[in-house]
Every structure is written in C-alpha cells, then in structure tokens.
Design a protein around this ligand. Structure first.
Ligand SMILES: NC(=O)c1ccc[n+]([C@@H]2O[C@H](COP(=O)([O-])OP(=O)(O)OC[C@H]3O[C@@H](n4cnc5c(N)ncnc54)[C@H](OP(=O)(O)O)[C@@H]3O)[C@@H](O)[C@H]2O)c1
Length: 162
C-alpha cells in the first residue's frame, strides 16, 4: 500500500523557500499518528527542511540523485524503484513530499491523505492535480485550528477507483 500524505492550500501550494506554508499542530500530530511505526519516503529537500531528523519511530528513506551521497541517520535511495525496494512487503508506505516526489509517486499511489487548508498562501512548490476520474473521496472531516489564526481545514482521504 502506497499512501501520499500532504497538506495543500486552496490553490494547491505546499511549500515556499523550502518551508511549510503554515503551522497546524493538530495536523502535524495526525501526521505522526498515521506514519508512526511505518516507512516514510521523502526527497532530499524535504529531509533538509525537517527541524528534527530523522523522524523518530519511522524508517526514513531519503531520495537523492547523487550516487556518492549516503545520508546519515536515514536510508538513502537513488531512484523511485530503489526506494520501494528498500520497503517491507505488506506495509503502508507514506510518501511525504515534497513536490517533485509527490509528482513522481502519483501513478504508484493507492491512497491520498490530503489536508485541504482553506487558505490562500504564496508558494513556490505545488501538489499535482488530482484526477477525479481516477480518485474518489472516501472520507472527509472538517476542522478549525485553535489560536489566533483559526485556519479551517479538511482531512480528506482519496482512494484509487477500481
Ligand atoms: N505541505 C506539505 O504537506 C509538504 C510536505 C513535504 C514537503 N513540503 C514542502 O515541499 C518543498 C520541497 O519540495 P521540492 O519539490 O522542492 O523538493 P523534494 O521533492 O523534497 O526533494 C527534491 C530532491 O529529491 C531528490 N530526488 C527527486 N526525485 C528523485 C528521484 N527520482 N531519484 C533520486 N532522487 C530524487 C533530488 O535530490 P538531489 O538534489 O540530492 O539529487 C531532488 O533535488 C518544501 O517547501 C517543503 O516544505 C510540503
């Protein structure tokens, strides 16, 4: 099972200057709950953007094209196929970004965990379009963050149609 997990703005932005576009602590806690004990796959720029690495309690696989690189405290992979060959059979694998990695994994994904953040935000990295001929929504839950900004967001799960 290959799952993509992402938070997107109203216009599908996901990051700017190698940072996230917001801080929604409930969403980050949910990300941890879902991914804990599993494998996460990410691109080198997302790895570099993490405040703490590796993500604890998860096998961290990091993609780089640089064959001479061996990333400390993570499993290094040099292609999409190589990253998948380093996963266990029958586990849920979480693709956690960034933009280039999401785009390349879309054809292989079975499930998308998308947090739709109901806010426009300037971005330089975007999530690829979701084709509703291929994907169907199976779950939707609407929330609002506490605190000053009070950003509304919706957890949406998409599954690939049969
Ligand atoms: N909103 C969200 O949920 C979310 C989640 C994650 C990330 N983000 C954001 O996304 C942005 C980063 O995304 P990005 O697209 O710039 O970078 P990225 O996808 O994280 O990393 C790109 C790098 O991954 C490596 N790579 C990509 N495809 C590869 C392949 N097929 N084989 C081997 N290596 C490969 C390359 O590393 P080398 O250059 O070393 O070869 C490439 O430069 C940041 O702003 C981050 O905050 C947002």
């Amino acid at each position: 099972m290959i799952s993509i997990i992402v938070a997107v703005s109203e216009d599908w932005g996901i990051g700017k200057d190698n940072k996230l576009l917001w801080h929604i602590s409930e969403d980050l806690k949910r990300f941890k709950r879902l991914t804990f004990g599993n494998t996460v796959i990410m691109g080198k720029r997302t790895w570099e953007s993490l405040p703490r690495r590796p993500l604890p309690g998860r096998r961290n696989i990091v993609l780089t094209d640089d064959k001479t690189e061996n990333i400390e405290n993570a499993v290094t992979a040099y292609s999409i196929e190589d990253s998948l060959s380093k996963c266990e059979k029958n586990e849920e694998i979480f693709i956690m970004g960034g933009g280039s990695i999401y785009r390349q994994f879309m054809p292989f994904a079975d499930r998308l965990y998308i947090t739709h953040v109901h806010k426009k935000a300037p971005a330089d990295i975007y999530f690829p379009e979701i084709d509703l001929k291929i994907w169907k929504i199976t779950e939707k839950e609407v929330f609002k963050t506490d605190g000053e900004e009070s950003i509304p967001y919706t957890y949406t799960i998409y599954e690939k149609k049969e």
